[in-house]
Design a protein around this ligand. Sequence first.
Ligand code: BTN
Length: 255
Amino acid sequence: MPTIHRLDEVASTQQVARALLDEGAEHGTLVVARRQTAGRGRLARAWQSGEGGLWLSMVVRGSLPAARAPRLTLGAAALTLEALDVLGAHAAVKWPNDLVLPHAVPAARLGPWRKLGGVLLEAVLIEPGHLEGAVLRSAVLGLGLNVRTPPGGFAEELQDVAIALDTAGLSLDVDTVLGALAAPLQTRLLDVIDDTVFAGTLAFLRARSATLGMRVEVDGIAGLAERLDDEGALCVRDDGGVLHTVRAGDVQCMV
Ligand code: BTN
C-alpha cells in the first residue's frame, strides 16, 4: 500500500502532499497531521485544525477529463460516508463537498445540519487535450473531519456551524477513523472514472444528500434543489420554474 506520512504539526497537509507529488510520490500517498497551523478549505477559506480532527491529504494520479474532476470530490465524500457508517456515524453530504450531521436546531446557511468535515480537491496538472478536451493528471485531495470537539469548544464563529463525532455520541480516536478510511481512499477513489461505478456513487449520494429537496441559494439562484444530474451537478428549479444546472458552488440552505 502507498505510504502514510504521519506528522505532528504542519502548515497544511495539502502543501506537504503537493511537495511529495512533485518529488514523484505514487498515487495514494497520504499525509496526516495532528495539527495544522494554516489549514485551508474551499473558496480560500481558513480551516481550523487543532488537535482532535483527522486532517489528511492524498496524492492523486490518474487520467480523467478535467470536466469530470468533480467526480473525485463526490467519490471521496461517498467513501467517507461509507467508512463512517461502519463506525456507526450516519452522516450526509451537503453538495458538493460538505460532510454533515443532522441537528435539532436549524442554523443559517446549513439548515438542520452541522458541518462535520469537508473535501478539498486541488488540481495540480491539467494537460490540454486535443479531441476530448483537457485531462487531469494529478491533484491533491484533502479531507478534514472533526473527530473530537477541541478542548474548550469550537471557535466562536464555528459554534453554530461545526460538529464533531463525539457530540453525536461517538467516542472514537483519530487513528480509528483513519484506519477505516485510508485504504478505501487509496485503492477505490479512482474507480469513479468508470461510468458504471460513478453511477453507483451518485445513487448512494442521492440517497444520502443533505441538499436534495431543500430550498437553497447557490450562485445567485434561489429555488428547490431538485436532483443531481448524471455528472453530479446540482439541478435547482427557481421560483419561475426554470431548471438551472450548477456544476460548482457554495450552497446555502434556507431555513
Ligand atoms: C472545506 O470544506 O472547505 C474543505 C476542507 C478541507 C480541509 C482539509 S484538512 C486536511 C487538508 N489540509 C488542508 O489545509 N485542507 C484539507
